[in-house]
Design a protein around this ligand. Sequence first.
Ligand SMILES: NC(=O)c1ccc[n+]([C@@H]2O[C@H](COP(=O)([O-])OP(=O)(O)OC[C@H]3O[C@@H](n4cnc5c(N)ncnc54)[C@H](O)[C@@H]3O)[C@@H](O)[C@H]2O)c1
Length: 274
Amino acid sequence: MTANNTLHGKYAIITGGGRGIGRTTALAMAKAGANLVIIDLDGDKAQETKALISEIGTSVHTITADVSDQNAVENAFKNALDFFDGNLDILVANAGVPHHCAFLEIPLNEWERIIKNNLTSTFLCGQKAAQIMTNRKYGRIIMLGSISGQRGSFGRAAYGTSKAGIMQLTRVMAVELASYNITVNAIAPGPIDTGITKFGPSQEKEYLARIPSKKFGKAEDVALAAIFLADERSGFITGSVINVDGGFNAAGLMFSYNELKSFKSDSRDNNKSD
Ligand SMILES: NC(=O)c1ccc[n+]([C@@H]2O[C@H](COP(=O)([O-])OP(=O)(O)OC[C@H]3O[C@@H](n4cnc5c(N)ncnc54)[C@H](O)[C@@H]3O)[C@@H](O)[C@H]2O)c1
């Protein structure tokens, strides 16, 4: 096994693999030798990912399905297992939708749509994958959380709660599935430039002022974490959340050192020698 072939012969399902982080992760896993099933609402986009993977040379199959619908998930996993001859080693539960709305204004149907699309879909796919993996006594499950599920950001009541739920589900699944040699971990991206979400210049400036690395992440940064967690050798890592965020969460509310020095009115700072 070479460093570039760490998933050789493995069977992986990636939800939301039609574009963005999901597509980049699917390509990275194919390059690492995995066979792929891409499940996405958008069948045309999934086909585009398939064409890119076919050039790499591992086997790939696409399924058009809404992973927040229980029957659709049942059928999609049955279809995937037929393609994989009953094998499944890796699930990347990546499908999700963004959302911003002030807490005071969120209509119930909006709240329910985000919870269902992000959290319930992850539960459904995670449970289905785990039922297959427990029989095989092996599995790597990777869920997509978010820094928005760790911080109380404005406008993120529904989205942030769905992502916090995913990260808590990760911990409970990790505990319950550990004895089956199944690991369950989450990746929490900060702002990732997938080429789809575009910030205006002033919005970009404000964002970058709050990210210690002074740049947006790339889908490849997230894919690298997924490859690491999917590796057979990562078997002692379970129940963890890996932040891929350029230090965004570590920094919290960030003042530069010069700003801190300029807060002269705070007598405690003026009297301190440290
Ligand atoms: N991009 C970021 O900055 C960022 C930050 C934190 C977390 N995330 C999370 O990472 C994941 C991927 O983000 P992205 O930016 O690549 O998103 P994206 O919108 O570019 O791609 C999401 C893909 O998921 C598919 N999808 C959505 N809901 C689905 C459903 N119910 N059934 C099947 N397919 C569905 C879409 O069709 C699309 O192809 C999401 O869970 C997102 O919340 C992204």
